[in-house]
Design a protein around this ligand. Structure first.
Ligand SMILES: [Zn+2]
Ligand SMILES: [Zn+2]
Length: 340
């Protein structure tokens, strides 16, 4: 079968390898689609702090079950599935508390161990979830980032219903956070960015209030849209120091601010306001199974638009072209998917 490996900075090798064999408790899929994510791009430039070469990418992965033990009651050969790319120890303190998304020994498939960028792929069978019939393989790759968004949303609230939400950043995660809170019943949702392209996409996905902070005054827009009640939470999805500081400057007292952006280096942030205004700063990482189930459910109910987010597709053997395309079209790219 074909397998594509990132062997060094901006260098992919596509080669023929043996098909993987399943072990006990595992399933083999015929891979159908792989999504390319921000962390893959960091790896491509050799700038990902927790990824090394060589690596087979592909943590956003869908396919068809090819082989699975007959004892599995949830899945069978021929089922269309999406991967939850987490390998955890099950024994550390976070794992014992059910928070295995922050396992001390967490390995992400496609980041610290091989992912799905190949014709066939084997993983533990409990990491595969059936795709709803109304979701294609391409869109299905977005269930993984959607679960990231759903987990982020839940860090601040059990119930989002009736809340006013501000999302900073309309990249894939920001877009999906905005769609998730809306799907879960938020009252009003506003999303910001500096790119009209990304804000237009958010609009097409049903996000009512978009603000281009390069030419609009965010404080004014917040007042216009949310009135005197203001916002109930902020989701920081830009990984930008200035954006986070803007949230710490504009937000009403006492609200949660969830940091979903993956910051590089050490930003200078206004901790005086965090203290004085009793903000709750919350980190968020990946997801647990419940977030996957909820994501799949939201999509099944038609509450999330995934298709619009896919702006380009390539074949598996054009992985290098796909990354070059992203590099050269940063302002016109949301999600790029590889069809296999
Ligand atoms: Zn991802
Ligand atoms: Zn653990």
């Amino acid at each position: 079968m074909r397998q594509v490996e990132l062997t060094g900075i901006k260098n992919f090798e596509c080669r023929e390898v043996e098909q993987p064999a399943i072990g006990p408790g595992q399933a083999k899929i015929a891979v159908k689609a792989i999504g390319i994510c921000g962390s893959d791009i960091h790896a491509y430039y050799g700038e990902h702090p927790f990824m090394d070469f060589p690596i087979v990418l592909g943590h956003e992965c869908t396919g068809i079950i090819e082989e699975i033990s007959g004892e599995n009651t949830k899945l069978k050969k021929g089922d269309r599935v999406v991967l939850r790319p987490q390998r955890v120890c099950g024994a550390c303190k976070p794992c014992r508390a059910g928070r295995y998304n922050i396992c001390e020994k967490l390995e992400v498939l496609g980041c610290q161990c091989p992912g799905g960028a190949s014709d066939y792929y084997v993983a533990d069978e409990d990491l595969f979830y059936r795709l709803p019939d109304n979701v294609g393989f391409d869109e299905g790759t977005l269930i993984e980032p959607l679960a990231v968004a759903v987990h982020a949303v839940k860090r601040a609230f059990r119930e989002v219903e009736g809340k006013n939400i501000l999302v900073l950043g309309a990249g894939t995660i920001g877009n999906l956070v905005a769609q998730s809170v809306k799907g879960m019943g938020a009252r009003k949702v506003m999303i910001t960015d500096i790119s009209d392209f990304r804000l237009d996409l958010a609009k097409q996905c049903g996000i009512g209030h978009t603000v281009n902070i390069s030419r609009q005054e965010l404080a004014e827009e917040i007042e216009k849209v949310f009135g005197k009640d203001g916002i109930d939470a902020v989701y920081e999805c830009t990984a930008n120091e200035a954006a986070l500081n803007q949230a710490l400057f504009l937000s009403p007292k006492g609200i949660p601010i969830v940091v979903a952006g993956v910051f590089a280096g050490m930003p200078h942030i206004n901790l005086a306001n965090v203290q004085d205004r009793e903000y709750t700063l919350l980190g968020t990482l990946m997801y647990v199974e419940e977030d996957y189930m909820e994501s799949i459910d939201l999509v099944k109910q038609g509450k999330i638009c995934l298709k619009r987010l896919i702006t380009q597709k390539f074949g598996l053997d054009r992985m290098a072209d796909a990354f070059r395309y992203i590099e050269q079209n940063q302002d016109r790219v949301q999600k790029v998917v590889l069809d296999i």
